[in-house]
Design a protein around this ligand. Sequence first.
Ligand code: GLU
Length: 921
Amino acid sequence: MLIQLLYLTILPSVLGHGKKVTLGGLFPDNPEEDLMQKTFELSINAVNKMRHTSEELSHVYFEPESMVVTDDIYGTSQSVCLLVEKGIAAIFGPQDEVTSVYVQSMCDTMDVPYIVGHWNTDLSRMKAINFYPHFEAMSMFFLQLVTEFKWESFTILYDSSSGLVRMKKLLQKWDPKGYPVTIRYLGEGPDYRATLKRVKYSGDHNIVLECTHEILEEVLTQSLQVGLLSDRHKIIITSMDLQMLDLNPFQHSGVNITGVRLVDPEDPDSIEIFDNYLYELGLEDLSKMHTEWALIFDAVQLFARAFKPFKEAVKVNVRSLACDGYDTWEHGASLANFIRNIEMKGLTGLIKFDTNGFRSDFKLDIVRLGNEGLKTIGTWNSTNSIEWFPDPPPPIDGDEDLANKTFIVLISLLDPFNMLTESSTMKTGNDRYEGFTIDIIHELSKLLHFNYTFVEQTDKNTGKYNPVTGKWNGMIGKIIDKTASFNNYKKTFIKVIFNYQEADLAITDLTITSDREKVIDFTHPFMHLGISILYKKPSKAAPSLFQFLAPLSNEVWVYLLAAHILATLLLYFIARINPNEWSNPYPCIEEPEALENQFSLTNSFWFCIGSFLQQGSDCAPIGTSTRMLATTWYFFCMIMTSSYTANLAAFLTVETIIRPIKSAEDLANWNGVIKYGAKRDGATYNFFKNYATLKGSNYSTYAKMFKYMEDNAKDVLTDSNDEGAERVLKENYAFLMESSSIEYLAQRQCNLSQVGGLLDNKGFGIAMRKHFPYRNKLNTAVLHLQESGVLSELKKKWWNEKRGGGRCREDSGGTSAAAELSLDHVGGVFLVLVVGVGISCLYTIWEMMWVIGCTSYKEGIPFKEALTTELQFIIRCRGSTRRARRRKSSSNSTSKSEKDDSPPYGFVPAVITIAHEEDQT
Ligand code: GLU
């Protein structure tokens, strides 16, 4: 009877007879964990549905008994007691580490299998079955990842000390002599910005972020805000729930985020399970499933599969246990062993336990956040090492998208490129700066949708190469790698102590040079310029005593004198040749003895000068050739006199400017009478240096100038353009400077001006490190700004309008409006003169030949003889009177000598000529 009663009482709960087994679940009281509880119950439902169809399952019906627990230990222990009193086969959860430890100890005491699926470091008691990968394995994985990434230093950001346990092996990597590992506590939250900024300013770009998924999104958002998510940073996120976040805000930041996941949302088996049994959770897809929910789902599934062989092996019941006694479930340990010995594939991959009861042979997906979201780039198996998937084809060099990226833009204060904002209110962030290049960055960011943060190069050093260390300093150095000259340990030390700041882009009056182009990249130039000389504006000269000479250049004066002499001589000779110019001095004597030529040498001179001075003379040419010559000369004189008069008027009204130097050659030749220099180690100084070092350069002026600057470096080189401009104003000093800066200064400081033209041609560009992935996009945008006129508008705004622009516009030139006339101006008049004179000469010769020809024919004298006689007479140049030729009838009575000396002209009046004294020779 007693046996019968006992049988009936126990019957419902005896395994294999009463087919109902209760599974206890403890879940914290928060809405997120609701889904966890629901997953637990859905998993039991799934088992129940399959129990008659699946060979892996027993026919037992599992019933969930879920309880909500808080972090109150007493309340939790009450819940555990209630569960064990009801008679349960195992307890699942809770996820909270503290309560979980307590539940675990109660289950250990009563030998009830305790199953968890969360991160736990306290595994001293082996009866708990944890589906979460063991921390040693995770620690090994992170070590391998960092090693694969070849990180030379990194910072671990953590939110709880227990999380650091997972970093155990990474921490062991720290080596005081060369492998710096920095550990930073994120803080209590919810504001983690202070710590994040510290990491950013430390300059360490490699970060391991170890925090719970609850704060992960907030930490990432704040990191983005402080500029820690830039394309220079590489972050490993240890949480397996990265995929649950909305990653859209971060995926375009350029940051290299690597994550890890246990649940593969693309696995077809997992998708099938999700679609069949978990759709009631209301999640979008499997990627939105929390890893711990997946683990609890798998835990129930595995438990149910382990229960079948257990039930077959141990035909005993689950019984009620009293919490307050020493009551234990004698089969609990063996059920736990069955669970540890079974294998299955679940949502979290292969579920298998090693001899120590830890999950083994599990696989982790390594994911990378890119523009298209998370992408699996490799896998890690706890038995093997990392296996990387083949790389997708890399983007075209320099052609990556900049949208939503954040860049650190390095600037140095220089008017009008980058200046502090003039404002009555306190400005912060990027608003602190304004200027030409600040506007350019703003315009580029509007075009390309990137974000930027300005940082200042306080020493204004654009960058100098040190041939000893092989390193660049200044802005160029920051673009390359600021701590490149130090070993890793010192690097981190320097980064932390000196708050060293690297930059993605640099913009100021940064000149594109070939030396710089070797180590960094530049965009297309956004401004073109050249080296010129900044000097005091030329002063006005007092009127000179010989101001009247100024309208014509010395050269023209000399040519004028020469023309005058030539014209005088030609007139004299042409007049002697031309028979018409020999006239009867006494018209009342019909046949004069002598003929006279009015164009003696003195008269010719007087005629020329009289016409030049527009006073005329008593001489009037008679012959065609002399008239021709006179006409040309008159024309020449008229043009020259009018030009002179007009230019003299200009010279008398405009004051003359004194220019001590007109070009770089003057500076070089004067050998330091006027001191000159440039900005130390700037592009201008290097321009001269290159000339000096250029082998075989035969252009010695610039080499000479460099030598002077080098020899007097301390005295003549300056640290900034402002210092140079100040010296120009105060001393007898010329500053070699870039024309754009000279133009800006000359608009505002009316005592300064540019001297001479440009010594070279170059441009300012935006600097970036070599092979910067966004170079092409930036180049295109710069060209677009140029073509759309934005750059010239900005130039006008900052050069001519803002901050006193155009002040010196009225008086800007400082140059004289009157310029002396050079040969270039009046050369044409001289040419006309030469042509006119030439024609007149030719005509004279022709005329002479004709007349001599006629005479020799008429008088029977050989032509040659007549010509020789005439030429002799002309060349002899004796006086301006000659014997007139007699008529033919009386010619016989003339003496021989008379005959010899008479000109052979047939038309000479037929007078009896008395030989003149001088003609008788
Ligand atoms: N723009 C120059 C540079 O990039 C600085 C000024 C100069 O050398 O005149 O170094």
